[in-house]
Ligand binder design. Structure first.
Ligand code: ATP
Ligand code: MG
Ligand code: MG
Ligand code: MG
Length: 461
């Protein structure tokens, strides 16, 4: 089944169950200060769950454009993570609850009219004390208890108390659905969240019941397409593999999935797709917050290309293929191709100027390390490279890993502090796996304004 068909099937299935089809929200919701990018389908409905808006409908279904910076390091390494991805969802605002949510999810997945998945290949998890959900899976659906796993807060309460990819606030126990390929490890495809609390303040006793019980579900479009298409990674589905192959052609490299270059081409695909979607929405690479994330994604892709010998702007050439693959759900992408390409190209040009100098210096550092049998890049050296060439530490780390070295983040932070540059914390948060809220706070608290695009210097106020 094609990805475009899956998207449409999901939305029409839930329309047959009385849901109103709503458009995706934008990638950067300016009205929501708690997130840099929309991380999930539920975000546009937070006020609906809190009972703050008058509703024209009590059931909705969407395909939401999402971007998760917390997954940045998974890209290229895991088979199933992107930064930008699409999340299908069905929502109930004080209308149906667990039983319908579970039954409809099962019907959509297994009914031959819809996805027709083999029920034997599906298993679920529930929150540790959610007997109600476990019993529905067992009694109503007929899943044996051996395929119902109880997990704790980290996995089965969304978002977990230290929010890793979503806002604090509305939350609840959840039940995740996994698909096990015939020759592979199980993969999470869908999360059903039973949104019934508002979390305010610190535990314990920080869960206030919401005015109503709600449903918020999120199904990964690319992951589900991968299972239906029988491919071993999201990057090989019909709307992504052509982009990976095109990236290979642009870079003059044949795509070999298991090679380092294969990983680089997948990362380029992911990052430039994210940049294309963001720039299309007028989020340009820039000095702070979401703009800075886009700048960093683009620069990581440029570095990957650079390591395959691309010393001139190339990533912008991928935009045409990305738009071709994404235009069915987002036809207006076609109107901004020229603008998106020119924004990406000029950012590439800026970055490439400083990159060559930084790379040359890092090579010297590595050869010195080999001579003296050191395996950890020192924080001082990383800080120096950052100060002198604007060579971002997470890029340095990436090159260091390629050479078999590790990177001393703690030392880097310390060195940056010693230099009197308080941006170190923000850097680590930005591309570490830290929570998005603390990222936003750290960016704010250090008044980090990032790179100046003209000089590639770090600017901190
Ligand atoms: P994982 O444990 O695999 O990181 P998650 O539990 O963080 O996923 P949820 O927050 O439950 O994900 O999001 C709902 C669904 O969105 C997931 O079941 C998955 O199918 C999809 N999804 C989540 N993160 C990503 C990502 N980075 N790239 C692609 N799909 C994703
Ligand atoms: Mg995750
Ligand atoms: Mg999970
Ligand atoms: Mg999940």
């Amino acid at each position: 089944m094609k990805t475009d068909e899956l998207r449409e099937k999901y939305l029409s299935f839930f329309e047959t169950k009385g849901h109103t089809r709503r458009p995706s929200d934008v990638l950067v919701p300016t009205w929501d200060p708690s997130v840099l990018f929309t991380p999930a389908g539920m975000n546009q409905f937070k006020d609906h769950f809190l009972g703050r808006v008058k509703l024209d409908f009590t059931r909705a279904t969407t395909c939401q454009k999402c971007l998760r910076t917390g997954d940045i390091d998974n890209v290229g390494r895991t088979a199933y993570h992107h930064t930008f991805f699409e999340m299908l969802g069905n929502f109930s605002f004080g209308d149906y609850f667990k039983e319908e949510a579970i039954q409809w999810a099962w019907e959509f997945l297994t009914d031959k009219k819809w996805l027709g998945m083999n029920p034997e290949q599906l298993s679920v998890t529930v929150y540790k004390d959610d007997e109600e959900a476990a019993n529905i899976w067992h009694d109503k659906i007929g899943l044996p208890f051996t395929r119902i796993e109880y997990l704790d807060e980290d996995e089965n309460f969304w978002p977990a108390s230290a929010p890793s990819q979503g806002p604090d606030g509305v939350c609840g126990p959840c039940s995740e659905i996994y698909f096990t390929p015939t020759d592979g490890k199980k993969v999470e495809i869908w999360n059903l969240v039973f949104t019934q609390f508002n979390r305010v303040g610190d535990p314990p006793n920080n869960l206030e019941p919401l005015p109503s019980k709600n449903i918020d579900t999120g199904m990964g479009l690319e992951r589900t397409a991968a299972t239906l298409q029988g491919v071993s990674t999201n990057y090989h589905i019909d709307i992504l593999r052509p982009i990976v192959e095109a990236a290979g052609e642009i870079c003059g490299v044949k795509y070999d999935p298991d090679s380092d270059n294969g990983r680089r081409l997948r990362r380029i695909t992911d990052h430039i797709r994210a940049c294309t979607m963001a720039v299309h929405e007028n989020v340009y690479p820039g000095a702070n917050k979401e703009k800075y994330v886009i700048r960093r994604l683009l620069r990581r892709a440029v570095l990957d290309g650079h390591q395959m010998g691309m010393h001139h702007p190339f990533a912008y050439q991928l935009v045409d293929k990305i738009v071709e693959m994404m235009k069915t759900p987002y036809p207006d992408l076609q109107d901004s191709v020229t603008r998106v390409k020119s924004v990406i190209k000029s950012e590439e040009e800026n970055f490439l100027h400083s990159l060559d100098d930084g790379i040359a210096r890092s090579e010297k550092i590595f050869s010195g390390m080999r001579t003296s049998n050191r395996t950890v890049v020192s924080g001082d050296e990383a800080a120096e490279l950052y100060q002198t060439y604007g060579f971002p530490p997470e890029l340095f780390e990436q090159v260091a890993i390629e050479h078999g070295f590790t990177f001393d983040w703690a030392g880097y932070k310390k060195a940056m502090e010693e230099f009197g540059e308080r941006s170190g914390g923000a850097q680590v948060e930005l591309f570490g796996t830290g929570p998005i809220e603390s990222l936003k706070n750290s960016v704010r608290s250090t008044k980090f304004v990032g790179y100046d695009s003209e000089t590639s210097e770090v600017t901190v106020k």
